[in-house]
Ligand binder design. Structure first.
Ligand code: MF3
Ligand code: CO
Ligand code: CO
Length: 268
């Protein structure tokens, strides 16, 4: 199926959903710290999404593949060697030096906004700091490729080059995705690949870019809960995610946070 660009009123709905998802990450930062459990973070985000944003948390009861149990919580919390889709848990208490990805997807009036960021718990190691920074740079370098006429492969190539230049590796089993009224839609947005290949970008397309970058080897494994993805070598992994719109002359980051002064602000 070709990727259908969105109409102006659909784009406006995506802007709203994106802004709300970003606001959850802006809210939760102050609550991350040693002694806090990932279950606590999940409850706070759930209450905020439902009560303050009058929205729904997309992960709750979500299932993607046949035979996969529904996701039991409202956000994903992926600590240290967890690559993605970590399940919040009251017994998982954060400790000094942990690094954590919080991934938020909200549904507002049927439209999805999907974004994640890394948080430090207390004082991170030098390696953790470097991995987290390089992974955010990978996201930004991917976003910089986005404009009408560019190829999806340009995004993957830019991300892969930056990660590998720093001797980190790119997870290949998961990618970004088209997003709109469907959470995980076409196209699949690979975080590796070759320039000039794949889908050609057109104004009105909305998709996520969400590189998962490992400090060690790229290989991952799925835990028996059928959700949690970890690095095979148990070394650190990091991820950052934005939902973006291809505009007539470039890109708009629908899930931009106020702290991201490096990104052009979304159109008013
Ligand atoms: N938010 C994740 C993504 O970026 C998907 C999480 S699916 C869930 O695509 F069910 F685990 F929440
Ligand atoms: Co996400
Ligand atoms: Co996503």
């Amino acid at each position: 199926m070709p990727v259908r660009p969105k109409k102006p009123e659909e784009i406006e709905s995506m802007r709203v959903a994106g802004r709300l998802a970003a606001s959850v990450l802006e809210m939760i930062g102050d609550h991350v710290g040693p002694g806090v459990s990932t279950g606590d973070l999940d409850r706070r985000c759930h209450e905020f999404i439902v009560n303050d944003l009058a929205s729904r948390p997309a992960p709750l009861n979500y299932s993607n593949a046949p035979g996969q149990p529904p996701f039991p919580k409202s956000i994903c919390t992926s600590v240290n060697h967890v690559v993605c889709h970590g399940i919040p848990n009251d017994r998982k208490v954060l400790r000094n030096g942990d690094v954590l990805n919080i991934d938020i997807t909200v549904i507002k009036d049927g439209w999805h906004g999907d974004t994640s960021k890394m948080f430090f718990v207390g004082e991170p190691s030098v390696l953790a700091r470097r991995l987290v920074r390089v992974t955010q740079e990978c996201l930004y370098k991917g976003i910089e490729q986005v404009r009408p006429g560019a190829f999806l492969g340009d995004i993957g190539a830019a991300i892969q080059r930056h990660a590998e230049t720093h001797r980190f590796s790119v997870v290949r089993e998961f990618g970004g995705h088209g997003i709109g009224q469907i959470f995980h839609d076409e196209p699949l947005v690979l975080h590796y690949g070759q320039r000039g290949t794949g889908v050609r970008l057109e104004p009105g397309m909305t998709f996520t870019i969400e590189p998962m970058i490992n400090a060690g080897k790229r290989n991952v494994k799925l835990l028996p809960d059928r959700w949690t993805v970890v690095t095979k070598d148990h070394r650190l992994s990091a991820q950052w995610e934005h939902t973006i719109l291809v505009t007539d002359d470039g890109v708009e980051v629908l899930t931009r946070r106020a702290e991201e002064t490096a990104l052009a602000p979304a159109a008013a």
